[in-house]
Design a protein around this ligand. Structure first.
Ligand code: PLP
Length: 353
Protein backbone atom coordinates (compact mmCIF):
# COMPACT_ATOMS: atom_id res chain seq x y z
CA UNK A 1 0.00 0.00 0.00
CA UNK A 2 1.46 3.37 -0.94
CA UNK A 3 1.25 6.44 1.25
CA UNK A 4 -0.90 8.05 -1.48
CA UNK A 5 -3.87 5.68 -1.26
CA UNK A 6 -7.11 7.46 -0.42
CA UNK A 7 -7.74 6.82 3.28
CA UNK A 8 -11.22 5.53 2.42
CA UNK A 9 -9.62 2.44 0.89
CA UNK A 10 -6.82 1.61 3.28
CA UNK A 11 -8.97 -0.96 5.08
CA UNK A 12 -10.56 -2.36 1.92
CA UNK A 13 -10.12 -6.14 1.64
CA UNK A 14 -10.39 -6.94 -2.07
CA UNK A 15 -12.05 -10.05 -3.48
CA UNK A 16 -9.61 -12.88 -4.19
CA UNK A 17 -10.45 -14.49 -7.52
CA UNK A 18 -9.74 -18.17 -8.15
CA UNK A 19 -6.22 -18.99 -9.29
CA UNK A 20 -5.43 -18.64 -12.99
CA UNK A 21 -2.04 -20.38 -12.93
CA UNK A 22 0.47 -20.22 -15.75
CA UNK A 23 3.22 -22.35 -14.14
CA UNK A 24 1.92 -25.70 -15.39
CA UNK A 25 -1.15 -27.16 -16.98
CA UNK A 26 -3.69 -28.19 -14.40
CA UNK A 27 -7.06 -29.84 -14.73
CA UNK A 28 -8.77 -26.60 -13.91
CA UNK A 29 -11.90 -27.12 -11.85
CA UNK A 30 -11.66 -23.96 -9.75
CA UNK A 31 -13.43 -21.02 -11.42
CA UNK A 32 -16.60 -22.50 -12.90
CA UNK A 33 -15.64 -21.91 -16.51
CA UNK A 34 -17.14 -24.08 -19.23
CA UNK A 35 -15.05 -27.11 -20.22
CA UNK A 36 -16.44 -26.71 -23.74
CA UNK A 37 -15.67 -23.97 -26.27
CA UNK A 38 -18.14 -21.30 -27.40
CA UNK A 39 -20.45 -22.12 -30.32
CA UNK A 40 -18.82 -22.53 -33.76
CA UNK A 41 -20.87 -19.44 -34.72
CA UNK A 42 -18.67 -17.41 -32.37
CA UNK A 43 -15.55 -18.67 -34.19
CA UNK A 44 -17.10 -17.80 -37.54
CA UNK A 45 -17.85 -14.19 -36.51
CA UNK A 46 -14.32 -13.43 -35.24
CA UNK A 47 -13.06 -12.46 -38.68
CA UNK A 48 -10.05 -10.48 -39.94
CA UNK A 49 -12.50 -7.69 -40.82
CA UNK A 50 -13.55 -7.49 -37.18
CA UNK A 51 -9.91 -7.25 -36.16
CA UNK A 52 -9.51 -4.29 -38.53
CA UNK A 53 -12.57 -2.68 -36.98
CA UNK A 54 -10.91 -2.73 -33.57
CA UNK A 55 -9.63 0.74 -34.45
CA UNK A 56 -13.22 1.92 -33.91
CA UNK A 57 -15.04 2.28 -30.59
CA UNK A 58 -17.82 -0.21 -29.96
CA UNK A 59 -21.51 0.76 -30.07
CA UNK A 60 -22.03 2.14 -26.55
CA UNK A 61 -25.69 1.06 -26.68
CA UNK A 62 -24.86 -2.47 -27.79
CA UNK A 63 -28.08 -2.23 -29.81
CA UNK A 64 -27.68 -5.37 -31.90
CA UNK A 65 -26.78 -7.53 -28.91
CA UNK A 66 -29.53 -6.10 -26.74
CA UNK A 67 -32.08 -6.76 -29.47
CA UNK A 68 -30.94 -10.38 -29.73
CA UNK A 69 -30.89 -10.87 -25.96
CA UNK A 70 -34.36 -9.33 -25.72
CA UNK A 71 -35.70 -11.87 -28.22
CA UNK A 72 -34.00 -14.80 -26.45
CA UNK A 73 -35.14 -13.78 -22.94
CA UNK A 74 -38.64 -12.60 -23.90
CA UNK A 75 -38.13 -8.99 -22.76
CA UNK A 76 -37.61 -5.64 -24.52
CA UNK A 77 -34.18 -4.10 -25.26
CA UNK A 78 -34.96 -1.33 -22.70
CA UNK A 79 -35.07 -4.04 -20.06
CA UNK A 80 -31.41 -5.00 -20.63
CA UNK A 81 -28.12 -3.51 -19.46
CA UNK A 82 -24.89 -4.91 -20.94
CA UNK A 83 -21.91 -5.22 -18.60
CA UNK A 84 -18.26 -6.16 -18.77
CA UNK A 85 -18.95 -9.42 -16.96
CA UNK A 86 -21.57 -9.70 -14.26
CA UNK A 87 -19.07 -8.48 -11.67
CA UNK A 88 -19.26 -5.09 -13.34
CA UNK A 89 -23.06 -5.34 -13.44
CA UNK A 90 -23.09 -6.04 -9.71
CA UNK A 91 -20.64 -3.22 -8.99
CA UNK A 92 -22.69 -0.68 -10.95
CA UNK A 93 -25.91 -1.87 -9.31
CA UNK A 94 -24.41 -1.54 -5.81
CA UNK A 95 -23.11 1.90 -6.81
CA UNK A 96 -26.50 3.00 -8.13
CA UNK A 97 -28.86 1.61 -5.52
CA UNK A 98 -27.04 0.96 -2.24
CA UNK A 99 -25.64 3.47 0.22
CA UNK A 100 -25.73 4.68 3.81
CA UNK A 101 -29.50 5.14 3.65
CA UNK A 102 -30.03 2.13 1.44
CA UNK A 103 -28.26 -0.73 3.23
CA UNK A 104 -28.00 -4.26 1.90
CA UNK A 105 -28.70 -7.76 3.19
CA UNK A 106 -27.52 -11.12 1.88
CA UNK A 107 -26.90 -14.63 3.26
CA UNK A 108 -23.84 -15.21 5.44
CA UNK A 109 -22.56 -17.73 2.92
CA UNK A 110 -22.73 -16.43 -0.64
CA UNK A 111 -20.67 -14.87 -3.42
CA UNK A 112 -17.68 -13.21 -1.75
CA UNK A 113 -17.80 -10.08 -3.89
CA UNK A 114 -20.98 -8.69 -2.26
CA UNK A 115 -19.28 -7.55 0.99
CA UNK A 116 -16.39 -6.15 -1.05
CA UNK A 117 -18.76 -3.93 -3.04
CA UNK A 118 -20.36 -2.84 0.23
CA UNK A 119 -16.94 -1.82 1.55
CA UNK A 120 -16.00 -0.08 -1.70
CA UNK A 121 -19.23 1.91 -1.95
CA UNK A 122 -19.64 2.50 1.79
CA UNK A 123 -22.80 0.41 2.11
CA UNK A 124 -23.78 -0.90 5.55
CA UNK A 125 -24.88 -4.54 5.30
CA UNK A 126 -26.26 -7.37 7.38
CA UNK A 127 -26.04 -11.06 6.72
CA UNK A 128 -28.74 -13.63 7.40
CA UNK A 129 -27.38 -17.07 8.23
CA UNK A 130 -28.19 -19.93 5.90
CA UNK A 131 -29.80 -22.81 7.79
CA UNK A 132 -27.62 -25.71 8.95
CA UNK A 133 -28.22 -27.52 5.64
CA UNK A 134 -27.23 -24.33 3.72
CA UNK A 135 -30.79 -23.62 2.54
CA UNK A 136 -31.91 -19.97 2.42
CA UNK A 137 -34.28 -18.84 5.18
CA UNK A 138 -36.80 -17.20 2.83
CA UNK A 139 -39.02 -15.89 5.67
CA UNK A 140 -36.08 -13.94 7.09
CA UNK A 141 -35.72 -12.03 3.80
CA UNK A 142 -39.45 -11.26 3.51
CA UNK A 143 -40.21 -7.69 4.59
CA UNK A 144 -36.59 -7.22 5.63
CA UNK A 145 -36.64 -3.56 4.55
CA UNK A 146 -33.17 -3.49 2.97
CA UNK A 147 -31.88 -4.09 -0.52
CA UNK A 148 -31.75 -7.87 -0.85
CA UNK A 149 -28.92 -9.54 -2.78
CA UNK A 150 -29.46 -13.24 -3.49
CA UNK A 151 -27.48 -15.56 -5.70
CA UNK A 152 -29.81 -18.23 -7.11
CA UNK A 153 -28.44 -20.88 -7.32
CA UNK A 154 -26.31 -19.74 -4.42
CA UNK A 155 -22.54 -19.83 -4.57
CA UNK A 156 -20.67 -21.80 -3.41
CA UNK A 157 -23.43 -24.12 -2.14
CA UNK A 158 -25.13 -24.65 -5.51
CA UNK A 159 -28.54 -24.74 -3.82
CA UNK A 160 -31.45 -23.10 -5.65
CA UNK A 161 -34.77 -21.73 -4.45
CA UNK A 162 -37.94 -21.80 -6.56
CA UNK A 163 -38.93 -18.58 -8.30
CA UNK A 164 -42.10 -18.47 -6.16
CA UNK A 165 -39.84 -17.86 -3.13
CA UNK A 166 -38.02 -15.08 -4.96
CA UNK A 167 -41.39 -13.53 -5.77
CA UNK A 168 -42.41 -13.57 -2.10
CA UNK A 169 -39.25 -11.69 -1.18
CA UNK A 170 -39.78 -9.16 -3.99
CA UNK A 171 -43.46 -8.62 -3.13
CA UNK A 172 -42.78 -8.20 0.59
CA UNK A 173 -40.06 -5.55 0.09
CA UNK A 174 -41.80 -3.09 -2.26
CA UNK A 175 -39.65 -0.13 -1.21
CA UNK A 176 -36.34 -1.93 -1.57
CA UNK A 177 -34.57 -3.55 -4.44
CA UNK A 178 -34.17 -7.28 -4.79
CA UNK A 179 -31.19 -8.26 -6.94
CA UNK A 180 -31.09 -11.90 -8.01
CA UNK A 181 -27.69 -13.02 -9.26
CA UNK A 182 -28.47 -15.89 -11.64
CA UNK A 183 -24.90 -16.67 -12.70
CA UNK A 184 -25.64 -20.42 -12.58
CA UNK A 185 -29.36 -20.51 -13.38
CA UNK A 186 -28.97 -22.28 -16.74
CA UNK A 187 -27.75 -25.48 -15.09
CA UNK A 188 -31.08 -26.44 -13.59
CA UNK A 189 -32.73 -23.63 -11.60
CA UNK A 190 -35.73 -21.38 -12.31
CA UNK A 191 -35.10 -17.85 -13.57
CA UNK A 192 -36.83 -14.77 -12.19
CA UNK A 193 -36.43 -12.85 -15.49
CA UNK A 194 -40.11 -13.55 -16.22
CA UNK A 195 -41.07 -11.45 -13.18
CA UNK A 196 -39.42 -8.17 -14.18
CA UNK A 197 -42.52 -6.89 -15.99
CA UNK A 198 -44.53 -7.28 -12.79
CA UNK A 199 -42.19 -5.68 -10.23
CA UNK A 200 -40.38 -2.36 -10.38
CA UNK A 201 -38.02 -3.41 -7.57
CA UNK A 202 -36.52 -6.52 -9.18
CA UNK A 203 -33.17 -6.80 -10.94
CA UNK A 204 -31.90 -10.07 -12.38
CA UNK A 205 -28.21 -10.43 -13.26
CA UNK A 206 -26.85 -13.01 -15.72
CA UNK A 207 -23.35 -13.83 -16.86
CA UNK A 208 -22.07 -15.28 -20.13
CA UNK A 209 -19.03 -16.68 -18.27
CA UNK A 210 -20.52 -20.06 -17.37
CA UNK A 211 -23.42 -21.36 -19.46
CA UNK A 212 -22.36 -19.37 -22.56
CA UNK A 213 -18.67 -20.38 -22.36
CA UNK A 214 -17.46 -16.78 -22.67
CA UNK A 215 -15.64 -16.09 -19.40
CA UNK A 216 -12.72 -14.52 -21.27
CA UNK A 217 -14.98 -12.19 -23.24
CA UNK A 218 -16.41 -10.63 -20.06
CA UNK A 219 -20.13 -10.22 -20.72
CA UNK A 220 -23.03 -9.92 -18.32
CA UNK A 221 -26.67 -8.87 -18.58
CA UNK A 222 -28.94 -7.07 -16.14
CA UNK A 223 -32.69 -7.43 -16.61
CA UNK A 224 -35.11 -5.00 -15.03
CA UNK A 225 -37.69 -2.30 -15.70
CA UNK A 226 -36.42 0.58 -17.87
CA UNK A 227 -36.17 3.05 -14.95
CA UNK A 228 -33.75 0.72 -13.15
CA UNK A 229 -31.75 0.07 -16.31
CA UNK A 230 -31.48 3.84 -16.88
CA UNK A 231 -30.14 4.29 -13.35
CA UNK A 232 -27.41 1.70 -13.93
CA UNK A 233 -26.65 3.39 -17.25
CA UNK A 234 -26.10 6.67 -15.37
CA UNK A 235 -23.34 4.90 -13.46
CA UNK A 236 -21.81 3.49 -16.64
CA UNK A 237 -21.79 6.85 -18.41
CA UNK A 238 -20.16 8.34 -15.32
CA UNK A 239 -17.47 5.68 -15.23
CA UNK A 240 -16.75 3.84 -18.51
CA UNK A 241 -19.18 4.39 -21.37
CA UNK A 242 -17.59 1.84 -23.73
CA UNK A 243 -17.65 -0.94 -21.18
CA UNK A 244 -18.27 -3.86 -23.57
CA UNK A 245 -15.68 -4.37 -26.30
CA UNK A 246 -16.42 -4.84 -30.00
CA UNK A 247 -15.23 -8.45 -29.94
CA UNK A 248 -17.43 -9.20 -26.97
CA UNK A 249 -20.53 -7.67 -28.53
CA UNK A 250 -19.94 -9.86 -31.58
CA UNK A 251 -19.21 -12.98 -29.56
CA UNK A 252 -22.37 -12.41 -27.53
CA UNK A 253 -24.53 -11.95 -30.63
CA UNK A 254 -23.12 -15.09 -32.24
CA UNK A 255 -23.64 -17.09 -29.04
CA UNK A 256 -27.27 -15.99 -28.74
CA UNK A 257 -27.74 -17.15 -32.34
CA UNK A 258 -26.97 -20.73 -31.38
CA UNK A 259 -29.30 -21.76 -28.58
CA UNK A 260 -29.36 -25.43 -29.69
CA UNK A 261 -25.58 -25.64 -29.20
CA UNK A 262 -25.79 -24.20 -25.70
CA UNK A 263 -28.80 -26.29 -24.71
CA UNK A 264 -26.81 -29.37 -25.63
CA UNK A 265 -23.66 -28.12 -23.86
CA UNK A 266 -25.52 -27.35 -20.63
CA UNK A 267 -27.27 -30.73 -20.77
CA UNK A 268 -23.90 -32.44 -21.05
CA UNK A 269 -22.56 -30.49 -18.05
CA UNK A 270 -25.64 -31.37 -15.98
CA UNK A 271 -25.26 -35.08 -16.84
CA UNK A 272 -21.59 -34.96 -15.90
CA UNK A 273 -22.52 -33.21 -12.64
CA UNK A 274 -24.97 -35.96 -11.67
CA UNK A 275 -22.54 -38.72 -12.63
CA UNK A 276 -19.69 -37.05 -10.71
CA UNK A 277 -21.87 -36.44 -7.66
CA UNK A 278 -22.75 -40.15 -7.59
CA UNK A 279 -19.06 -41.12 -7.88
CA UNK A 280 -18.06 -38.80 -5.03
CA UNK A 281 -20.91 -40.09 -2.85
CA UNK A 282 -19.70 -43.62 -3.50
CA UNK A 283 -16.27 -42.55 -2.15
CA UNK A 284 -17.93 -41.27 1.04
CA UNK A 285 -18.25 -37.55 0.26
CA UNK A 286 -21.23 -35.51 1.43
CA UNK A 287 -22.64 -33.13 -1.18
CA UNK A 288 -25.28 -30.46 -1.48
CA UNK A 289 -27.92 -30.90 -4.21
CA UNK A 290 -26.15 -28.51 -6.57
CA UNK A 291 -28.09 -26.99 -9.46
CA UNK A 292 -24.99 -25.17 -10.71
CA UNK A 293 -21.97 -26.17 -12.82
CA UNK A 294 -20.05 -27.11 -9.70
CA UNK A 295 -20.27 -29.49 -6.77
CA UNK A 296 -19.92 -28.51 -3.13
CA UNK A 297 -18.51 -31.47 -1.23
CA UNK A 298 -16.81 -32.50 1.98
CA UNK A 299 -15.26 -35.69 3.21
CA UNK A 300 -16.12 -36.31 6.89
CA UNK A 301 -13.01 -36.09 9.04
CA UNK A 302 -10.78 -34.53 6.34
CA UNK A 303 -9.97 -30.86 6.14
CA UNK A 304 -10.94 -29.07 2.93
CA UNK A 305 -7.61 -27.25 2.88
CA UNK A 306 -5.68 -30.51 2.97
CA UNK A 307 -7.72 -32.08 0.15
CA UNK A 308 -7.31 -28.92 -1.92
CA UNK A 309 -3.49 -29.00 -1.46
CA UNK A 310 -3.21 -32.70 -2.23
CA UNK A 311 -5.31 -32.36 -5.38
CA UNK A 312 -3.19 -29.42 -6.49
CA UNK A 313 -0.03 -31.49 -6.02
CA UNK A 314 -1.62 -34.05 -8.36
CA UNK A 315 -2.33 -31.36 -10.97
CA UNK A 316 -6.01 -30.75 -10.20
CA UNK A 317 -7.18 -27.31 -9.12
CA UNK A 318 -10.41 -26.92 -7.17
CA UNK A 319 -11.61 -24.04 -4.97
CA UNK A 320 -11.36 -24.01 -1.21
CA UNK A 321 -12.78 -21.17 0.91
CA UNK A 322 -11.12 -20.86 4.29
CA UNK A 323 -14.23 -19.29 5.79
CA UNK A 324 -16.50 -20.07 8.75
CA UNK A 325 -18.92 -22.98 8.22
CA UNK A 326 -17.50 -23.99 4.83
CA UNK A 327 -13.79 -24.57 5.42
CA UNK A 328 -14.34 -28.35 5.24
CA UNK A 329 -15.78 -28.06 1.75
CA UNK A 330 -14.39 -28.08 -1.75
CA UNK A 331 -16.12 -26.35 -4.64
CA UNK A 332 -15.45 -28.41 -7.73
CA UNK A 333 -16.29 -27.06 -11.19
CA UNK A 334 -17.86 -29.59 -13.55
CA UNK A 335 -15.34 -30.38 -16.28
CA UNK A 336 -15.54 -32.97 -19.04
CA UNK A 337 -16.32 -36.57 -18.10
CA UNK A 338 -12.61 -37.39 -18.50
CA UNK A 339 -11.55 -34.55 -16.21
CA UNK A 340 -14.07 -35.59 -13.58
CA UNK A 341 -12.90 -39.22 -13.82
CA UNK A 342 -9.36 -37.97 -13.17
CA UNK A 343 -10.61 -36.02 -10.16
CA UNK A 344 -12.39 -39.05 -8.71
CA UNK A 345 -9.28 -41.22 -9.26
CA UNK A 346 -7.05 -38.61 -7.58
CA UNK A 347 -9.38 -38.37 -4.58
CA UNK A 348 -9.42 -42.16 -4.32
CA UNK A 349 -5.60 -42.19 -4.20
CA UNK A 350 -5.51 -39.39 -1.61
CA UNK A 351 -8.05 -41.09 0.64
CA UNK A 352 -6.37 -44.51 0.41
CA UNK A 353 -3.11 -43.10 1.82
C1 PLP B 1 -22.54 -15.86 -8.02
C2 PLP B 1 -21.62 -15.20 -8.99
N1 PLP B 1 -21.96 -14.01 -9.49
C3 PLP B 1 -21.18 -13.38 -10.38
C4 PLP B 1 -19.99 -13.92 -10.80
C5 PLP B 1 -19.12 -13.11 -11.73
O1 PLP B 1 -19.04 -13.62 -13.01
P1 PLP B 1 -18.50 -12.77 -14.23
O2 PLP B 1 -17.96 -11.47 -13.72
O3 PLP B 1 -17.47 -13.63 -14.88
O4 PLP B 1 -19.70 -12.55 -15.11
C6 PLP B 1 -19.58 -15.16 -10.32
C7 PLP B 1 -18.30 -15.73 -10.75
O5 PLP B 1 -17.82 -16.72 -10.36
C8 PLP B 1 -20.42 -15.82 -9.38
O6 PLP B 1 -20.06 -16.99 -8.86
Amino acid sequence: MSRFLNERFTKLVPYVPGEQPTDMSYIKLNTNESPYPPSPKVHARMTAGEIDRLRLYPDPLGSALRAKAAAVYGVRPENIFLANGSDEALALAFMAFCGRRRPAVFPDITYGFYPVYCALFDVPYETIPLRGDFTVDIEAFCGVGRNVILANPNAPTGLAVPVSDIERIVRSNPDNLVLVDEAYVDFGAESAVGLIGKYDNLLVVHTCSKSWALAGARLGFVFGQPALIEDIDRMRYSFNSYNVTRQTLIAGEAALDDLPYYTQMRGKIVRTRERSAAALKALGFELTDSKANFLFARYPGKSGGELYQKLKALGILVRHFDKPRISDYLRITIGTDAQMDALVEALKRILEK
